[in-house]
Design a protein around this ligand. Structure first.
Ligand code: ADP
Length: 164
């Protein structure tokens, strides 16, 4: 069984992440999307919400499962009985960080390799941060995230505005 793990924050999942998930699902028997819950960042959506959102938007891809984890990615990968970490690369700015992470992970777990998927050109500008920024101004999100996620983002920012 050729299994890979795609770890990340996914706050929230964008079309860029989904593109990587769909492409990875064609290359591996199973792809586990790992949602990090102890991130240093303060997420807009809780880990449970991020898992549920990912489950909803990947429900038509048969060989994708979504799980929550905390701690080191390599420990999660071992727990999943996988040997590959998938990450996405958009630009030079991703590269330095991703290279350092991949090398650190290889020192921690030499049997686990990181494989990079290069972003599709049309999603190269896209990040969860930009999607949230656009959502905070109430703008159209149709080029950033699936309709289900756009609605949740709209609701979340409306609720925030009502709080202030
Ligand atoms: P993390 O906090 O672990 O970086 P993210 O959810 O921001 O989590 O990203 C998870 C992975 O997806 C990273 O490898 C990131 O480079 C990649 N990624 C994010 N957006 C895109 C995109 N538009 N195209 C390709 N890869 C992407």
């Amino acid at each position: 069984m050729h299994k890979a793990v795609y770890p990340g924050t996914f706050d929230p999942v964008t079309y860029g992440h989904l593109d990587i998930i769909a492409r990875a699902a064609k290359q591996f028997d199973e792809v586990v999307v790992g949602v990090l819950c102890n991130s240093q960042k303060t997420p807009l959506f809780s880990a449970e919400e991020r898992v549920n959102i990912l489950k909803e938007v990947t429900k038509d891809i048969g060989n994708v499962t979504v799980l929550m984890f905390d701690g080191l990615s390599v420990d999660f990968v071992k727990k999943c009985h996988a040997s590959v970490i998938i990450r996405g690369l958009r630009a030079n700015t991703d590269f330095e960080y991703e290279l350092q992470m991949a090398q650190t992970n290889r020192v921690l777990a030499p049997d686990i390799d990181t494989m990079f998927f290069v972003t599709s050109l049309k999603y190269s500008f896209l990040s969860s941060t930009t999607a949230k920024e656009v959502a905070s101004y109430g703008e159209n999100l149709s080029k950033f995230v699936p309709p289900y996620v756009a609605e949740l983002l709209r609701d979340r920012f409306l609720a925030k505005r009502e709080d202030t």
